[in-house]
Design a protein around this ligand. Structure first.
Ligand code: HEM
Ligand code: HEM
Length: 177
């Protein structure tokens, strides 16, 4: 059937999905690269500021992404997976949607209560409330924990996509391309 490969997510949903993937990859790469650079150097500051920028861009893209998703239906998966697989998918997607909002917000608010958030090019979001070092410390600890936990959730999501592609041989991934 031609429908099998032609029924894709709307253009907006697909563009926002892959744009978010790039931005999240940027956030993870930069935050890991920073550990290779010496503390206090301008290079490390720039790399960390780029982490903030990638992360804030994820948050910025999340809203139009969710609006575009609410305005269009998910195309059916063919052949249809069993119910439990649908439910597992919905649960993982719910977690991923929560992550793209909560994770950058944790980083942003941690910065807003402790000195503001510096961005590349000398831009700066000033401190808004505070200073509250204890709150900032707790928010950062949750941010680091969640960021680490989501290596596994994102990994699971990618494995599921490959499982659909290579094992079930259905059109799940093609719908997002
Ligand atoms: C989706 C977006 C984001 C992801 C996936 C993410 C991920 C991470 C991860 C994995 C770490 C821990 C790195 C490590 O030490 O192993 C981290 C640290 C950090 N992130 Fe983010 N982050 C995001 C957005 C943001 C934003 C928007 C800000 C601030 C505006 C921010 C500020 C920070 C800070 C300050 C740390 C260092 C915390 C510390 O070591 O005490 N992040 N982030
Ligand atoms: C890096 C972070 C990623 C995030 C935050 C993310 C997030 C999401 C979310 C929230 C959905 C649900 C869309 C909906 O509302 O129906 C989704 C769907 C999907 N994603 Fe990702 N994704 C990521 C990476 C990837 C990667 C790397 C792949 C491919 C290997 C991928 C493949 C897919 C596919 C095939 C779907 C459609 C699933 C379905 O309709 O059942 N994603 N993604």
């Amino acid at each position: 059937m031609t429908q099998l490969t032609s029924a894709r997510y709307s253009r907006g949903v697909r563009v926002f999905h892959w744009l978010t993937v790039l931005l999240i990859a940027g956030a993870y790469v930069t935050v890991n690269v920073r550990t290779l650079l010496e503390k206090g150097t301008p290079e490390r500051t720039l790399v960390m500021q780029s982490h903030f920028l990638f992360g804030l861009a994820v948050l910025l893209v999340a809203l139009p992404r969710i609006v575009s998703r609410l305005g269009s239906k998910a195309p059916p998966i063919q052949p249809p997976p069993p119910d439990w697989m649908h439910r597992a998918g919905h649960l993982t997607h719910g977690l991923l949607y929560a992550f793209i909002i909560v994770q950058p917000l944790l980083g942003l608010v941690a910065g807003l209560v402790e000195g503001g958030v510096g961005l590349p090019g000398g831009l700066r979001i000033p401190e808004l409330f505070g200073p509250d070092k204890a709150l900032s410390h707790d928010l950062k600890a949750i941010h680091v924990w969640l960021g680490t936990a989501f290596y596994y959730v994102i990994g699971l999501h990618i494995l599921a996509a490959l499982f659909h592609l290579w094992v079930r041989r259905d059109n799940t991934l093609q719908r997002m391309l």
